[in-house]
Design a protein around this ligand. Sequence first.
Ligand SMILES: NC(=O)c1ccc[n+]([C@@H]2O[C@H](COP(=O)([O-])OP(=O)(O)OC[C@H]3O[C@@H](n4cnc5c(N)ncnc54)[C@H](OP(=O)(O)O)[C@@H]3O)[C@@H](O)[C@H]2O)c1
Length: 271
Amino acid sequence: MKPQLADKWALITGASSGIGEEFAHQLASKGMHLILTARREDKLNDLAQKLFQLHGTKTAVIPIDLVQADGVDQLVSEIRKLPDPVSLVVNNAGFGTVNTIQDCDPQRVADIVQVNIAVVTKLTYEFLPEMIERNDGGVINIGSITAFQPVPYMGVYAASKAYVLHLTEALWAELWDTDVRVLALCPGPTKTEFFDKAGVTSWLSKNFAHTTTQVVSNALAAYDRNHAFCIPGIKNRLVAFVTRLASRRRVVFESKKVFHKLVTEPTSKKK
Ligand SMILES: NC(=O)c1ccc[n+]([C@@H]2O[C@H](COP(=O)([O-])OP(=O)(O)OC[C@H]3O[C@@H](n4cnc5c(N)ncnc54)[C@H](OP(=O)(O)O)[C@@H]3O)[C@@H](O)[C@H]2O)c1
């Protein structure tokens, strides 16, 4: 049975741009009301206004920095003031950095762990029990194609997404006998601000990438079918499959080639 989304509320973290913003558009077009969170309040307000004009979407805008130790608790306490239950959590906020070990800012690396792992875990375990109680609702956690193999120069980010994939698949199996769904969306390169923020501005223009529309449409179709994970694009699915056949040594050295030249070029933008 397809999940009923219309007139229910979804929480989307990282809704101010990219994949999160596209989730907001597609879920609003299905009649959902939205709790939008990220740091850039102006972008969230613009989006809320646009969605109201397009679909009559009700929104709650909660600007929060999820890197802050109490950020996710503040978010939950604001959500608890709203009258309606959360029927879908889209754990989308996340970022990465592409760099050599020596050029990584240790604080930024710790912040990746906070946003990509700790926040995702907290929000998943905060809202799933009440969904199980109602036997309705679900969670979409944004992983990545990097969840399927280690990625040199992006080690913490890729490992954080492997965590997201493993956690989500485990919960999916645990909830098999219920109507509650849990999906890991694992996109390959996607046209968003992600690579600029990761410090590899030129990378996206030189490599194939999906649009956010393609990625989110794939995710919502997979959510409808109660899949455990979704990898948009045949090439990305093939890459994820091949990593299971090759030796781990081969996989990690092939993966090293992706960013090696960029991070060792003298002109690469370092963060
Ligand atoms: N683009 C890709 O190729 C790709 C591929 C696979 C997976 N992903 C994953 O997709 C998700 C969305 O990324 P994107 O590609 O759409 O990039 P994006 O456009 O940079 O979006 C990232 C979102 O996360 C929010 N965010 C980042 N740090 C935050 C913080 N400290 N507190 C609150 N919100 C924060 C940002 O909002 P503010 O800056 O306003 O706070 C923004 O809305 C991420 O989890 C990413 O790892 C992306």
